[in-house]
Ligand binder design. Structure first.
Ligand SMILES: C[S@@+](CC[C@H](N)C(=O)[O-])C[C@H]1O[C@@H](n2cnc3c(N)ncnc32)[C@H](O)[C@@H]1O
Ligand SMILES: [Zn+2]
Length: 315
């Protein structure tokens, strides 16, 4: 099977970075290198792109795709939460732009063996980085009912979280839950038939919740935002594409706080807390895909792009 991944908000993301031919840019979620290819094609011989991905398969794909730009690309297998040490290792202390295109790629999702999809039967896995030992199977079989409930409610925003957790615990008391389809059947049993008929796939939200939990997706994002902004050179930009409200809220709120970090009461005539703004939000409202993109690439439907600019560039 040939796996394909169509990059989301491609032109919008690349143009949001205001690329300089001699600048240094970081792609924190390299994937198949779709965005990276466009960034590289705007770089001159003194420009550089550092591409980070934790997935071995993505690294292979991107390495091939970016061959024409070999002289200006460095690809590193790591988690973008380690961006500071990755750059330190390359002797880089500041960069002109960083971008993230969060979540899983189509080729991870469509590769049945990875266990990300509720549409194909496979062992429960969902690891983005196969060097990690914990899998979705461990979460489903080892978390307490309360932990499962919390995870499905908070990361899946599923109104039936409590019942789904109860059904999982009941099913696994008979035998361990091993595969995606076993889990899908259990989830179906926990959602009333009337509602099941109306909503999208009944397992979508629970699968999303397990994936986020297993790969620590929200913690990684939250823990990286300050570091990424600190690493930007004056006038440098951070552009982030999110795919669900939980991620988008983190980015939106963080950008706002960094733009206006003052915590003085509004009645104070001047700021005394001493917290200084590090830049400004470029996108008051997020940039969304066009109707045309949503039609041709359904994965783009929930995408939102937000951009932050570090203080100090020529305005
Ligand atoms: C949506 S895809 C990126 C697609 C890419 N922009 C393109 O156009 O081809 C997301 C990629 O980010 C990687 N990824 C997700 N979270 C990561 C993290 N915390 N650290 C490193 N890579 C991550 C995934 O392995 C996946 O390959
Ligand atoms: Zn203040």
């Amino acid at each position: 099977m040939e796996f394909k991944h169509v990059s989301v908000l491609l032109d919008e993301t690349v143009s949001s970075l205001n690329i300089r031919p001699d600048g240094i840019y970081v792609d924190g979620t390299l994937g198949g290198g779709g965005h990276a290819y466009e960034v590289c094609s705007r770089l001159g011989e003194n420009g550089r792109l550092i591409g980070i991905d934790q997935d071995e398969f993505a690294i292979g794909r991107a390495t091939e795709r970016l061959k024409p730009f070999e002289d200006r690309v460095t690809i590193v297998r790591d988690n973008y939460v380690n961006i500071r040490s990755v750059l330190q290792g390359l002797g880089i202390s500041g960069v002109d732009g960083i971008y993230l295109d969060l979540g899983v790629s189509s080729f991870q999702f469509d590769d049945a063996e990875r266990g990300f999809s509720y549409r194909t039967d496979a062992p429960l896995d969902m690891r983005m980085d196969k060097r990690e030992t914990q899998t979705a199977r461990d979460i489903v079989n080892e978390y307490s009912e309360k932990e499962l409930f919390r995870m499905i409610r908070d990361y899946g925003e599923d109104p039936f979280a409590q019942n789904i957790a109860k059904h999982i615990v009941r099913a696994r008391s008979e035998k361990p839950i091993e595969t995606t389809f076993e889990l899908v059947e259990i989830i179906k049993g926990a959602i009333p038939a009337k509602i099941r008929a109306k909503k999208g796939h009944p397992a979508k939200q629970t699968f999303q919740a397990i994936r986020i939990e297993l790969n620590h997706e929200l913690d990684v994002l939250r823990d990286s935002l300050d570091t990424m902004i600190d690493l930007l050179n004056p006038g440098g930009r951070l552009s982030i594409i999110t795919f669900h409200s939980l991620e988008d809220r983190i980015v939106k709120n963080h950008f706002r706080t960094v733009e206006n970090p003052c915590i003085c009461p509004p009645e104070f005539p001047v700021c005394v807390c001493g917290r200084k703004s590090k830049g400004h939000v470029v996108t008051r409202k997020p940039i969304l895909p066009t109707e045309e993109e949503m039609e041709t690439n359904p994965r783009s439907k929930s995408a939102k792009l937000r951009v932050f600019e570090k203080t100090g560039g020529d305005e």
